[in-house]
Design a protein around this ligand. Structure first.
Ligand code: DC
Length: 222
């Protein structure tokens, strides 16, 4: 069994890299951002503002979240229903970032994340995986890249999905979200003291994947 934690700001390529590494190593990829996005979606469906802390906490009792895997692809079931790409819009990114700053929301999602890692070899991406969720992970990586590079990647990803966005909007939204995520009081985005810092600004996707696989293999051969 191996646990690999990948944390870092938005647009660093955590999810695409983690997915590719999972496929190469034959382990499960856990996208923890999807859990916060799903809480955000439910909050929106209830007509509650993500900034209304008491309102968001009040929503938690109505949420049952389950993670499932079909052909290696993660599905999040909110009260039994998979909402697919509905959680992937820029609006849901902002909802997720806001609700994730509430300690009760983080506590609510803790067991789901630890449970899956206790039963499977995983590569898990998020903001606090190496610091809070899996402090005993064999490999911890803090993946980052320059602001321009991250915004460009996020922009191209959204355009490819057919969303109508401008580069400036993506850059502003990303910076606002990173600021929120890294300055909140509970579990802010941070590199664990024992994490390897990987800045992939000048690296290709394949080089980044290879670097993570190499770190995993080194840890497994220990
Ligand atoms: O990785 P993502 O963009 O899907 O995450 C959406 C939001 O969820 C992000 O802005 C902050 C929050 N999040 C978090 O607080 N902790 C995590 N482990 C993962 C995501």
């Amino acid at each position: 069994m191996i646990k690999i934690a990948i944390d870092g700001p938005g647009g660093a390529g955590k999810s695409t890299v983690a997915k590719a590494v999972a496929a190469k190593l034959g382990i499960i990829y856990v996208d923890t951002g999807a859990l916060y996005r799903t809480v955000g979606l439910y909050v929106k469906m209830q007509g509650v503002s993500p900034e209304d802390k008491a309102g968001v906490i009040g929503c938690l009792g109505g949420i049952h979240i389950e993670l499932g895997y079909v052909d290696g692809k993660q599905h999040v079931y909110l009260n039994g229903k998979d909402h697919g790409d509905e959680i992937r819009t820029p609006e849901m990114s902002m909802y997720a970032s806001k609700v994730s700053a509430i300690p009760e929301v983080r506590a609510f999602l803790l067991d789901t994340q630890r449970d899956i890692a206790s039963k499977n070899s995983v590569i898990m991406d998020g903001r606090d995986i190496g610091t809070v969720i899996l402090p005993d992970a064999e490999v911890k990586i803090f993946l980052t890249a320059s602001e321009e590079c991250r915004a460009k990647r996020r922009y191209e990803e959204l355009i490819a999905k057919g969303q109508k966005v401008t580069y400036e909007d993506v850059l502003n939204e990303m910076n606002q979200r990173d600021r929120q995520d890294s300055t909140r009081e509970v579990a802010p985005t941070a590199a664990a003291a024992d994490a390897v810092l990987l800045d992939n600004t000048g690296m290709t996707f394949d080089q980044t994947v290879d670097a993570v696989v190499a770190l995993a293999q080194k840890a497994q051969n220990k």
